[in-house]
Design a protein around this ligand. Structure first.
Ligand code: ZN
Length: 253
């Protein structure tokens, strides 16, 4: 059974690389994350991971009128930023005595990653011009720290999607609301950290604000934020906040 699952994980990682959804490093990282989750939570863990991975990939490739869609090939760092914490929680799930809490935390980490991804994709497509939470001004779509009502609604739906499936697969339908709120809180933490701490860069050539180190073939320079705090680190924080939030509430009630 486990061997079959691992072959399946390897196949999906390879196909993702083959169709340029992942770089070579990204495919290896996806294989590692999938392997650990398969060993800890068997096919149920992989179903949740697949719901997140396939859903986000399809969502990211939907047509959009409002912005230039770059065909993004995800790196190892980006894969870890979204699934790494869930994989580490899956390992710790093998060690913890209270495995219900371990399962809640695992699902919460993926709910946060999904929430953040759907908020970004939905907000960029249908959110109109968002507000920036630090400056309270309207800002460009997709910018870190940007927030819109539609994006926030998608954050809620994205978290609920994983919370519902995860709860029914792992927890007999319990803890849906806790996981939903935890995932949503993770996505909101992502926005706050993205607004106040994440480094912001500006293209030296065309002055566009960006998160990338390069833009239109030119270097970008840091104009604010904490150097080194990039989008991947903010995403890792998002997937840590959610399971921590879930754990605290779980232990309180
Ligand atoms: Zn540029």
């Amino acid at each position: 059974m486990v061997v079959l699952l691992l072959i399946g994980v390897a196949l999906i990682a390879y196909l993702a690389y083959r169709y340029q959804t992942l770089t070579v490093g990204g495919a290896w990282m996806a294989f590692l994350v999938g392997m650990v989750i398969a060993l800890s939570f068997s096919y149920k863990g992989l179903i949740i991971l697949a719901l997140f991975f396939i859903g986000s990939t399809i969502f990211g490739r939907l047509p959009a009128r409002t912005f230039e869609r770059e065909k993004e090939t995800r790196t190892a760092g980006q894969v870890f930023a979204n699934g790494g914490v869930a994989a580490l929680l899956a390992i710790s799930g093998l060690l913890f005595a209270d495995d219900e809490l371990a399962r809640i935390m695992f699902i919460s980490a993926l709910a946060a990653a999904n929430s953040d991804t759907w908020a970004t994709e939905g907000g960029k497509r249908w959110g109109g011009r968002p507000y920036h939470i630090r400056t309270s001004n309207r800002t460009t779509t997709g910018r870190s720290g940007a927030i819109s009502p539609i994006g926030t609604l998608f954050a809620f739906i994205g978290s609920a999607f994983i919370a519902v499936f995860g709860s029914f697969l792992f927890l007999n339908g319990d803890w849906v609301v806790l996981i939903l709120i935890a995932g949503f809180a993770g996505a909101m933490a992502d926005t706050v950290i993205g607004a106040y701490l994440q480094e912001e860069r500006q293209c030296e050539y065309c002055n566009t604000l960006t998160e990338e180190k390069n833009h239109c073939g030119h270097n970008t320079r840091i104009i604010r934020g904490v150097p080194g705090v990039d989008n991947n680190k903010v995403n890792v924080a998002c997937t840590i906040v959610s399971p921590m939030f879930a754990m605290i509430i779980f232990l309180l009630v």
